[in-house]
Write a protein that binds this ligand. Structure first.
Ligand SMILES: [Zn+2]
Length: 91
């Protein structure tokens, strides 16, 4: 059996335990760091827009004047992936 060190995508902590599975199969993990804003995460997201780094890029691009469709094309996410507050014209 191989052992893969899992890091939390938010706090990079290694105090991570397996936490059941998604309905369609992928392993789900839980971060035990009480200061971490994220509790449950997946190792491989099917939707890139769920990753904090990609979300940050979306925000940066929006602030630089990129439209939602430009951002979606560059980051290879669906135009509907963007955070709700961006789509509502909050910026
Ligand atoms: Zn964490």
């Amino acid at each position: 059996m191989t052992y893969v060190q899992v890091h939390c995508p938010d706090c990079q902590g290694v105090d991570v335990v397996r936490h059941g599975k998604q309905r369609h199969g992928p392993q789900r993990y839980r971060c035990n760091n009480t200061d971490c804003p994220r509790h449950i995460f997946l190792l491989h997201y099917q939707h890139q827009g769920r990753l904090p780094a990609v979300k940050q890029q979306m925000v940066d691009m929006a602030l630089n004047g990129s439209g939602i469709r430009d951002t979606a094309r560059v980051l290879r996410v669906s135009p509907t992936t963007q955070p709700r507050w961006m789509r509502c014209g909050a910026l």
